[in-house]
Design a protein around this ligand. Structure first.
Ligand code: AMP
Ligand code: MG
Length: 429
């Protein structure tokens, strides 16, 4: 008799996965290698930025009070007593009607309290001395970047668990982190199951297809920030599959299988979970595609059983595996990020389960639209490649029309969300 499985809500499935969430260890890497890694410690300013008052322009540093009477009709002459470029410090103290020629980034000399831009003065030489003619009044602080205006010593700038972006990398460099403590990358074991699977280098033969899921998951793992360990594709063979699973469990932080989680004759994953003595967290979710997505736990380690159908496999990773991995890397926003937008075209097919339709975003007149792409079947692979979002159509008895407000899960988003995506109440739509 075919086993009857009771579907649980997506939210519940995410919660069950996250019950087993844990944080990985840290490691120290060169600043050159810290991109897209997650900070293991907060970034605290250990000095002011800028560390000294400096000029944001090429110009002349002088005393504002000396310019009080300067005007177009009454140009005032200032003697240029020194010249400094970025990185240099003037040893002169700027006195009455004196100026130091200063380049962008150089420290404001003692005595000076403002800078007049190069293009606003006329330069003269008289009797071997250099002068500038100033025709306007300046105020204290004009064109000065003050010490600490960017960041003050002791202030907390970036929380731990943030993913390193170019801006964060710039800060790390600013504060002298030639080495950066980041979270380790989780190792994800990948086993594609199915007797029909060929490798990309194999020629097609009748009845067989090339494994796409294994490679897609590799890519999803890398995009999330993990590393993968790929095991040879497993034919639908209980013993071989069991062996591969035991090996993967030994070597990896989590194991993802694709295929073989359904109730078909050669779907061995349920039997493998049993044999391993793993605790089944779920094996049916009220969603399309991917209702057979399964998860089991053994010794605190998770085994994700994703569907063999490519679109279902893809969605299963995004919804359930990604938050687990991001949390592992210390992210405080491990969930997939979502926004709302309008459905671009009708989607008349109703379904009792919530549907994740591969979609493409567009923007028009300040509004966000999402259009379904490709065939909406769990077995298709092309729509995944064309999609930049998942359009969420909550389950119900009716279809959807162009203009309906829908949640859109952003596939390329790296910032994540602190709260999990949750199904909307149908009444809201
Ligand atoms: P299964 O979940 O094993 O019942 O497989 C469901 C469907 O997905 C079948 O049509 C399989 O041939 C297909 N499939 C399974 N594994 C893969 C894979 N790794 N790459 C592409 N298609 C697959
Ligand atoms: Mg199969």
């Amino acid at each position: 008799m075919v086993e009857r499985r009771k579907p649980i809500w997506i939210k519940e499935a995410v919660e069950k996965v996250m019950e087993y969430k844990k944080r990985g260890e840290g490691e120290t890497v060169s600043i050159h290698d810290c991109d897209a890694r997650y900070l293991y410690a907060p970034l605290i300013a250990d000095h002011d930025v800028p560390p000294f008052d400096r000029s944001p322009y090429d110009g002349f540093a002088l005393r504002a009070k000396d310019t009080e009477n300067a005007s177009r009709e009454n140009p005032l002459l200032f003697e240029v007593i020194d010249e400094i470029g970025a990185g240099q410090v003037s040893l002169q103290k700027v006195g009455q009607l004196e100026a130091v020629r200063i380049m962008t980034g150089a420290q404001i000399p003692d005595g000076a309290d403002c800078v007049i831009m190069l293009e606003l003065v006329k330069e003269l030489t008289e009797g071997g001395k250099k002068y500038i003619e100033v025709k306007r009044t300046l105020h204290e602080g004009d064109n000065v970047s003050y010490q600490g205006e960017d960041a003050q010593k002791g202030s907390s700038l970036i929380d731990k668990g943030e993913r390193v972006t170019p801006g964060i990398k710039a800060l790390l460099a600013t504060f002298g982190y030639s080495k950066v403590k980041v979270s380790q990358k989780p190792t994800v074991g990948i086993i594609a199951t199915g007797s029909e699977l060929l490798r990309p280098e194999d020629d097609l033969v009748p009845g067989k297809i090339r494994d796409s899921n294994g490679y897609m998951i590799e890519s999803q793992v890398l995009r999330t920030g993990g590393i993968y360990k790929k095991y040879d594709n497993c034919a639908d063979d209980l013993e071989a599959l069991y062996k591969a699973m035991v090996a993967a469990l030994e070597e990896c932080d989590i194991v993802i299988t694709t295929g073989g989680v359904s109730v078909g004759d050669f779907d061995y994953l349920p039997e493998i979970y049993n044999r391993l003595g793993a605790k089944l967290l779920f094996n049916k979710i009220a969603m399309r595609p991917g209702s057979v997505t399964s998860c089991a736990e053994i010794d605190g380690r998770l085994l994700f059983g994703l569907s063999g159908n490519p679109s279902a496999c893809f969605v299963g990773f995004e919804l359930f595996v990604k938050p687990y991995l991001r949390y592992w890397m210390h992210s405080n926003r491990p969930y997939t990020c979502f926004i709302t937008g309008e459905l671009y075209s009708d989607f008349p097919k109703p379904n009792p389960f919530s549907r994740f339709v591969r979609g493409k975003l567009s923007y028009k007149d300040g509004r966000v639209y999402a259009e379904p792409v490709g065939l909406d079947k769990s077995g298709v692979v092309t729509s995944i490649a064309w999609a930049d979002c998942l359009i969420v159509l909550p389950g119900g008895t009716r279809g959807y029309q162009a203009g309906d407000q829908v949640d859109l899960i952003l596939l390329e988003d790296q910032q994540g969300s602190g709260v999990p995506w949750q199904e909307r109440k149908l009444s809201k739509l």
